[in-house]
Design a protein around this ligand. Structure first.
Ligand code: NAD
Length: 354
């Protein structure tokens, strides 16, 4: 397999701006690559074809079969395509699912990646890869997974439906909220987390009111980058554990689950980390970060109840068992009974327990 030269490129090059996707050919050449494979979900194949057109002779193929949770069988099919086309560079256009596919290929091939995110999930800024095989989702962290170039083009997020704009934004905010009380937290990660939260606290109401407001969309993309960056720098706690359990074992949708669980997990941890979570109160108002997020989510029209995602009440016991099976660092001690109560409240869509 041919390899592009990567030695002269900095570790991550991040560009923001309207129509910045149109620099994709230049960015490909900058990586020293000449044979780019474009990746997307079936739903975003038009966007992938536009990128292939912009690449002209630098494009050797388009693979539009990315799926949620990065199934290994899809990655293997894509790897066959990489070998056939002798691709020397990957270009992922889409949300976390497409970016996950690019990362999974890069992990297996060390090919450089240009990522063009179209949601706020933040995967583009981490060296974390989650993949699913035989119904089990596992996560790894490896430098080869971190994309070399990120192009944030606000025009591409204008097509994100309002409901997904809201849940994806809360997904991003969840990374920043948990970074505030993370064990590895530093002044820099906290500053970046606060900037990420601020971008959504200010920008989300604007993009909901006017989804085509490009300046507001760009501001929220800057927030997504900040939130994704802290996700890659510090360990996550209760909130991400609960979402991983609910997504992995009960097949709940990623962004919606994050949006619903976040106020409950933060209210739980505010019992032990109120000072660390104070920036959320400063940005959103109120004196409890969990309740502040609940009010914000409600005002933004986010889904509030896990029962609306199809989770059954009789699944809550197993979810509580799974989420408390192994110990992990968390500001408020995690007990099975407390987590069961949290899940009941989130399931019903009630006000978080403080
Ligand atoms: P997604 O990528 O699954 O996208 C959901 C749907 O929306 C897809 O059909 C997609 O094609 C479509 N879509 C995306 N952007 C659009 C746009 N602008 N306009 C219209 N449609 C659009 O959703 P997601 O929430 O971004 O990603 C979720 C996945 O990412 C999960 O598998 C999650 O585990 C992973 N993730 C990984 C990390 C990491 O660091 N490894 C971080 C965050 C999320």
């Amino acid at each position: 397999m041919q390899r592009a030269t990567r030695t002269l490129t900095p570790p991550v090059r991040v560009q923001f701006g309207c129509a910045v996707r149109k620099t994709v050919a230049e960015e490909t050449r900058r990586l020293g690559a000449t044979r780019a494979l474009v990746l997307s979900t079936p739903h975003q194949s038009d966007a992938a074809l536009e990128i292939a057109e912009l690449l002209g002779p630098l494009a050797v193929g388009v693979f539009c079969k990315a799926e949620m949770h990065t199934p290994v069988h899809v990655t293997e099919a894509a790897m066959a395509h990489v070998a056939e086309t002798k691709a020397d560079c990957l270009i992922a256009i889409g949300g976390g699912s497409t970016i996950g596919l690019g990362k999974a290929i890069a992990y297996r091939s060390d090919l450089p990646q240009i990522v063009i995110p179209t949601t706020y999930a933040g995967s583009e800024a981490t060296s974390i890869l989650g993949q699913t095989e035989n119904g089990v989702k596992t996560t790894l962290n490896h430098p080869s997974v971190l994309p070399e170039v990120i192009l944030y083009d606000p025009e591409l997020v204008t097509t994100l439906p309002v409901a997904m704009t809201v849940t994806s934004a809360l997904n991003a905010m969840a990374h920043a909220a948990e970074a505030l009380y993370a064990t590895e937290q530093t002044t820099d990660t906290t500053m970046m987390a606060i900037e990420g939260l601020r971008a959504f606290a200010d920008g989300l109401p604007k993009v909901i009111a006017t989804p085509t407001d490009l300046a507001a969309r760009e501001a929220t993309q800057r927030g997504a980058w900040a939130c994704g960056t802290v996700l890659g720098q510090v360990g996550m706690a209760l909130h991400h554990k609960l979402c991983h359990t609910l997504g992995g074992s009960f097949d709940l949708p990623h962004a919606e689950t994050h949006a619903i669980v976040l106020p409950h997990a933060v209210a739980y941890n505010a019992r032990a980390a109120a000072a660390e979570l104070q920036p959320i109160c400063d940005l959103l108002g109120g004196d409890n970060a969990g309740l502040a997020l609940h009010k914000f989510a409600k005002e933004m029209g986010a889904p509030l109840a896990l029962c609306d995602l199809g989770l059954r009440e009789e699944d809550l016991d197993r979810a509580a068992d799974l989420a408390t099976q192994k110990p992990y660092p968390n500001p408020q001690p995690v007990t099975r009974n407390d987590i069961r109560a949290l899940l009941q409240t989130a399931w019903a869509g009630d006000t978080p327990i403080t």
